[in-house]
Design a protein around this ligand. Structure first.
Ligand code: NOJ
Length: 554
């Protein structure tokens, strides 16, 4: 147990690379693995521990690579298997770990299995790997049940049988090109175990498990009482819905968080543990209530589960304190580490979510410093360290299937996926020699990595400092603790302010108010999210929307 408690991933800072938007190396307008390799020194300069790469596997790329057609190969748009091997090697040389995505809920309809299923007859072995059923109604024209896709529209599509007639339906919780796999089928288990071993043998240090709560399905032939409301309720980060209605829908989702998923992860854990080094896994599993998430990180299952409380949080002291306490208490029950996520490729960027502009930026900086001082793992989405906002895109540039399946009602996730600005004075800010796959806002020159590196108070320099202090300060750096909830102690403080200590000697102060505050705490100021923090006579004054880290003097 002791070795598990001191494992690298318990307190790691993990940087999410969305390869298509990170760095292009061959001028085709899309990022690639050689591009990532060329920026490893930049990543190292952030004092992160690991990169998590969104999918770079063979894929028609309808859903940003989460529609995998061969999970054991590299899509030519991203490079080759040799590039993937080189990336793993080069990252390891710099003491950076590599986490890759695995997408077990569905395969692309371009996967050879799906093609075989289409060419086979109803009831065949090939169809049994997916969820194929006859339709209802006189000629099977009504889908097997009324579930909706999370991306909008029905969750079933009808196929043509080999004689050209309209035939069975298959289930797809996401896009119609992402056919859900049937996890009651032994071929599916065997194939994913093979994929895990394939990448473990290539040397990856872990897996981010896509839709980890979705593999087992119940009552697949029953209608849901309100499938459209259920899909809206599941988009926690974007949709507006009264809390009560959302809760009543989320308490029982027939395709998510069913008991059957845990058996799968117990088997996977044995595979991870059979490889040398500390291989890890993190579950993407939006479950309700969040306490059910701890079931995924029991000691014989997965290592981490994303905690998405901060992904939807406002800059509000009561909300944040309650979320921190709840999370620490929940994971402590199973001795798992907490995780903190401020944004990712599926959600609005942090500055945008907090209102955008100067104020949004101020709040985002303050929220980042709060997050970086918490115990556990933190996940940073590429460009978060630059303080990027979502780009405003014309509809004709959009590529996200969510936009198309909702007929434009939901603009989708492209705004957060626009390529990164590296060098202010270069074409496309150094991202590509070609035409970027999504247009890059001209004002992003000011946010480029090179300019921010030269600016002492920039977003990027703040991230560099906070992540570096986080990995060196004795109160923040990895420690061995069974009960992570005991790692922070809240201080009594006025409304709208968060104040906690971590031993030895660290104090955090976050002022979420619109006005400055003065508190009777002092010491060496290690870092502040903006200028203007002052100290006098044992008191610290913080401007509005500011976090500061203090080293208490004994
Ligand atoms: C979650 C991924 O993060 C998202 O990008 C994807 O669209 C869905 N899962 C479906 O794979």
């Amino acid at each position: 147990m002791a070795s598990q408690l001191s494992s690298w991933w318990r307190n790691a800072a993990i940087y999410q690379v969305y390869p298509r938007s990170f760095q292009d190396s061959n001028g085709d307008g899309e990022g690639d693995l050689q591009g990532v390799i060329s920026r490893l020194d930049y990543l190292k300069s952030l004092s992160i521990d690991a990169l998590w790469l969104s999918p770079f596997y063979t894929s028609p790329n309808i859903d940003g690579g989460y529609d995998v057609s061969n999970p054991r190969d590299v899509d030519p748009r991203f490079g080759s298997m040799r590039d993937a091997e080189e990336l793993i090697r080069e990252a390891h040389k710099r003491d950076l770990k590599i986490i890759v995505d695995i997408v077990p809920n569905h395969f692309s309809t371009e996967h050879v299995w799906f093609k075989e299923a289409l060419a086979s007859t109803p009831g065949s072995q090939a169809r049994a790997r997916f969820h194929f059923y006859d339709g209802r109604g006189q000629s099977g024209e009504i889908p097997p049940n009324n579930w909706c896709s999370i991306f909008g529209g029905p969750a079933w599509s009808r196929v043509h049988e080999s004689d050209g007639s309209l035939g069975q339906w298959y289930l797809h919780l996401f896009d119609s090109t992402q056919a859900d796999l049937n996890w009651e089928n032994s071929d599916v288990h065997a194939d994913f175990e093979r994929t895990l071993r394939f990448w473990l043998e290539k040397g990856v240090d872990g897996f981010r498990i896509d839709v980890a709560h979705g593999l087992a399905k119940d009552e697949i032939l029953n209608d849901h009482r309100d499938p459209e409301a259920l899909s809206r309720a599941l988009r926690l980060d974007v949709s507006e819905m009264a809390q009560e209605e959302r809760e009543s829908l989320l308490l029982d989702v027939p395709f998510f968080d069913r008991e059957g998923v845990h058996e799968i992860y117990r088997n996977w854990r044995k595979i991870f543990d059979s490889y040398p080094g500390e291989r890890m896994s993190v579950a993407e599993a939006w479950v309700y209530p969040s306490s059910r998430g701890t079931r995924y990180v029991r000691s014989d299952e997965l290592h981490q589960i994303f905690n998405f409380d901060f992904l939807i949080a406002e800059w509000n002291a009561d909300f944040l304190r309650a979320a921190i306490d709840k999370t620490l208490n929940e994971v402590s029950q199973v001795q798992a580490p907490p995780t903190w996520v401020l944004c990712n490729h599926d959600s609005p960027r942090l500055v945008t979510r907090l209102g955008g502009g100067e104020l949004g930026e101020k709040k985002a900086r303050a929220m980042a410093l709060l997050t970086h001082a918490l115990p556990g793992g933190i996940y940073i989405f590429q460009g978060e360290e630059l303080g990027l906002e979502d780009a405003i895109l014309p509809d004709n540039a959009r590529q996200d299937p969510v936009f198309f399946r909702t007929k434009g009602a939901d603009k989708g996730r492209d705004g957060a996926r626009v390529p990164l600005p590296w060098i202010a004075d270069e074409k496309n800010f150094g991202f590509t020699e070609g035409k970027p796959w999504l247009p890059m806002p001209s004002e992003w020159s000011k946010k480029s990595v090179d300019l921010q590196t030269k600016t002492h108070e920039s977003f990027l320099e703040m991230y560099r400092k906070s992540l570096s202090i986080r990995s060196n300060h004795p109160a923040l750096k990895p420690r061995i603790s069974r009960d992570v909830s005991s790692e922070i102690s809240w201080l009594p403080i006025q409304p709208g302010v968060l104040a906690f200590t971590r031993e030895p000697g660290f104090t955090l102060l976050s002022n979420c108010n619109d006005d400055p505050i003065r508190v009777e705490i002092s010491g060496e100021i290690l870092l502040a999210s903006q200028s203007g923090v002052t100290q006098k006579d044992g008191f610290t004054t913080l401007p509005a929307h500011t976090t500061c880290w203090i080293n208490r003097t004994p």
